[in-house]
Design a protein around this ligand. Structure first.
Ligand code: FAD
Length: 460
């Protein structure tokens, strides 16, 4: 009997296993399906924690709705009735000691009309005049492989980019705009410049595409963990081994000897390697393979939730959170007003906020050495400074995601291809999977799990 081993019980591994099991059931095939997960629970970066009256997502908090709504998965998992959507609300940028609204008609902070530029409270009159250059210049030198930062600064001016666009865009794409290319972020901007003569006009003409609408993100009434629980319940023909860390993989003719932390060995014909690159790189003793792995980079993030026994109507403004523009005013990069954005996270409407501390922030060097209590203290200072709220917290959750945020560098597609080729030639039967390579969003991971299972099923 053939054995397929999925290593890692995050969303990618679960999705792969679910697809394998579907095939096993439909074809009534005698195949052994095993999933090994190092932790005592499944889910990886999806982890819902209930504290007091609050639902806290220590990792991912939601799923881009449009990427899930056309798939049958949510209904198949029996979660159709549990879906909840984010409340819509305006976002702010915290700068010069104040919360300032991100102009309404903007795409990632880039004005999508001249009115939007005119009304911005984030940019000075000089900054607005500088941005008008976009209307009367043509692009002669920039290509999609140039940095999006220089492209935007060239046509829209430094001030608009620094004060309004960069805080939003570099948050979304986790990196400095000078390090990110147009190709990996917003490649259509260069087409707009060509077609409409102006980035702003191009965005205005294509406004419909960027309309978020009411239901942009979804979760479940008991948190994203419901997705993980539902997969686990459905996986009734797979052996799910928790607290089981894979420590080593050795090739043995056409199969693999997989060594576990409990001294057991699994003999597998196929392996789905759905663990982060940092965990995978040490499993196979092969210096050439390690070299390929060394091209991948990750950054870190600390998430701090704080719940209070005061209503969230105490927030200073109506909205769903802010991004911090300047590194010298607050230690956090951003703050989500969770109980506002996600009604289901706070039973009685008491205030729950989440602060994000990223390794790109100059304070991170000292923050990463702090214990949870000290980090909570930093978060309370930031909350006091930015929101004027001084109440005593009744719940908190600090999570260090050290080296757990994949950076898709310019070289990423090439690095993935090189690693895939090396695996296929020297270790056929091991399938690379997961957020380190094929997209970080949950829908991408789900699809990648399905694709990984299908690669195996094609050859089995
Ligand atoms: P992981 O979730 O990392 O799962 C890998 C699993 O492998 C883990 O369970 C781990 O314990 C296990 N493992 C590791 N080593 C071994 C070993 N040797 N043996 C056995 N098991 C092992 N995405 C969104 O779509 N929406 C969001 O709102 C969102 N927010 C995020 C917020 C944060 C703070 C983070 C960290 C990520 C966020 N993401 C979000 C990204 C998304 O959560 C991840 O990309 C996705 O969940 C990754 O799934 P995965 O299965 O590929 O990997």
């Amino acid at each position: 009997m053939k054995t397929v081993l999925v290593i890692g019980g995050g969303i990618t591994g679960l999705s792969a296993m679910y697809e394998l099991q579907k095939w096993k059931k439909t074809n009534e095939t005698d195949i052994r399906l095993v999933l090994a997960e190092a932790s005592d629970q499944l889910g990886g970066k999806i982890r819902t924690i209930k504290k007091d009256e609050f639902i806290i997502e220590s990792g991912a908090d939601s799923i881009v709705a449009r990427k899930m709504e056309n798939t049958p998965l949510i209904d198949e998992l029996g979660l159709g009735e549990d879906v909840v959507y984010n409340a819509t609300g305006r976002s702010f940028i915290y700068t010069d000691g104040e919360l300032k609204l991100i102009p309404e008609d903007a795409v990632f902070g880039i004005p999508a009309s001249i009115e939007s530029l005119a009304k911005s409270t984030l940019v000075s009159a000089e900054g607005k005049v500088a941005a008008l250059k976009d209307f009367y210049t043509v692009n002669e030198t920039f290509t999609k492989n140039d940095s999006i930062g220089s492209f935007l600064e060239h046509f829209l001016g430094t001030e608009l980019v620094e004060k309004q666009i960069s805080p939003v865009l570099s948050g979304v794409y986790s990196g400095k705009l000078s390090d990110l290319t147009l190709a990996t972020t917003l490649p259509y901007l260069i087409d707009y410049k060509e077609q409409y003569g102006s980035i702003i006009k191009g965005l205005e003409a294509n406004k419909q595409k960027f309309k978020g609408g009411e239901r942009k993100f979804l979760s479940f009434k008991n948190g994203l963990g419901s997705l993980i629980d539902a997969y686990e319940e459905k996986l009734d023909e797979a052996e799910i081994l928790k607290n089981t860390r894979v420590e080593k993989i050795e090739k043995d003719n056409s199969c693999f000897q997989v060594f576990l932390n409990n001294q057991k060995i699994i003999e597998a014909n196929y392996v789905v390697l759905s663990i982060p690159n940092t965990a995978a790189e040490n499993l196979i003793n092969d210096s050439e393979l390690k070299k390929e792995y060394s091209n991948f980079k990750n950054s870190s993030l600390i998430s701090v939730y704080v719940g209070f026994d005061v209503p969230d109507s105490l927030l200073p403004a109506d909205g769903t959170g802010f991004i911090a523009a300047n590194n010298d005013e607050l230690s956090c990069n951003a703050c989500t007003w969770t109980s506002r954005k996600w009604e289901h996270t706070s039973k009685s409407g008491n205030l729950l906020v989440r602060l994000f501390y990223k390794s790109s922030h100059p304070s991170f060097e000292s923050l990463k050495e702090m214990d949870q209590e000290e980090l909570l203290g930093i978060a309370l200072e930031d909350i006091h400074k930015s929101l004027g709220i001084n109440a005593k917290p009744v719940a908190s959750e600090v999570t260090n995601w050290t080296d757990q945020m994949p950076n898709y560098l310019k070289s990423h597609p090439k690095s993935v291809e090189a690693l895939e080729n090396k695996m296929a030639s020297d270790y056929p039967g091991i399938i690379l999977a997961g957020c380190s390579y094929y997209g970080v969003g949950i829908p991408d991971c789900i699809q990648n799990g399905i694709d990984s299972a299908r690669k195996i099923l094609e050859t089995i």
